[in-house]
Design a protein around this ligand. Sequence first.
Ligand code: NAP
Length: 275
Amino acid sequence: MHNSPILVIGSTGKIGGRIVRRLEENGHAVRGGSRNSEPPFNWQNPATWAAALRGVEVAYVSFFPDLAVPGAPAAIGQLTACAIKQGIRKLVLLSGRGESNAKRCEDIVRRSGLDYTLVRASWFAQNFDEGQLLEPVLSGVVAMPAGAVREPFVDADDVADVAVAALTDDRHNGELYEVTGPRLLTFAEAVSEIAEASGRAVEYAPISSEAFRIGMTEAAGPELANLLTDLCKEVFDGRNESLTDGVQRALGRAPRDFTEFCRAASASGVWSLAA
Ligand SMILES: NC(=O)c1ccc[n+]([C@@H]2O[C@H](COP(=O)([O-])OP(=O)(O)OC[C@H]3O[C@@H](n4cnc5c(N)ncnc54)[C@H](OP(=O)(O)O)[C@@H]3O)[C@@H](O)[C@H]2O)c1
């Protein structure tokens, strides 16, 4: 049990929200770290960082929008320096599997001299019910430049459980936990499971990177479109077509399967909404 609050940067996100709930349930004091928390934390405004880090011993760091963006290593470097200045003892970094820029950010934290745990995650299953892919699921077509590559979708609950273990137990110091689900699925297989669980007519459409870039530019503007297209090119080239034992090593149990995720998401009613 920590006396000082545990700072959760990205506290209202898919993983951060789960971490906050778990820490509070376990009786830990928590400080939220997002643009709407008190004090606010804004990645765009480094002047907000010191107040968020002050008086904190341990912090969870989730970068927004993604460690793949060109400015991420500089921001993580600056945050780490600020954390050292504020007397932080340990950082737990959420990282992305197979991303070269994310690896650079991991190295910055690893070499900072602070205690650390790195949680390097594959694609979250919850992208399909809480993230960018919810709308495509509801529209009936999930169009991705992922061909027939297989991805070991990891459950956000498992990622959060690993992060909470790292935040609250120093036996995880110095560890890199590469976390995946227990099964490799193509996007066609994943979407077919979602269709079955939800009772919705929804299909996967494999599209080219250029078609993805054009569609995303219309939906989210050129900056995010270029980022996501480059990220997809990098991580959907087959490099992540393997399972890892990060969840087992950190928690001593198996990761949750995609079928379980589909069952829970379907029961929540989120896939029953109108498109
Ligand atoms: N999605 C995946 O499959 C996947 C896989 C591996 C790794 N990752 C990594 O996961 C991270 C995202 O985590 P997540 O999915 O849990 O988050 P998320 O659901 O995308 O939520 C984003 C969080 O960031 C906050 N935020 C947004 N803009 C911000 C800003 N300018 N300054 C400070 N906070 C800001 C949001 O809170 P407010 O809006 O309230 O500020 C929210 O708490 C990324 O770094 C990504 O690289 C993702």
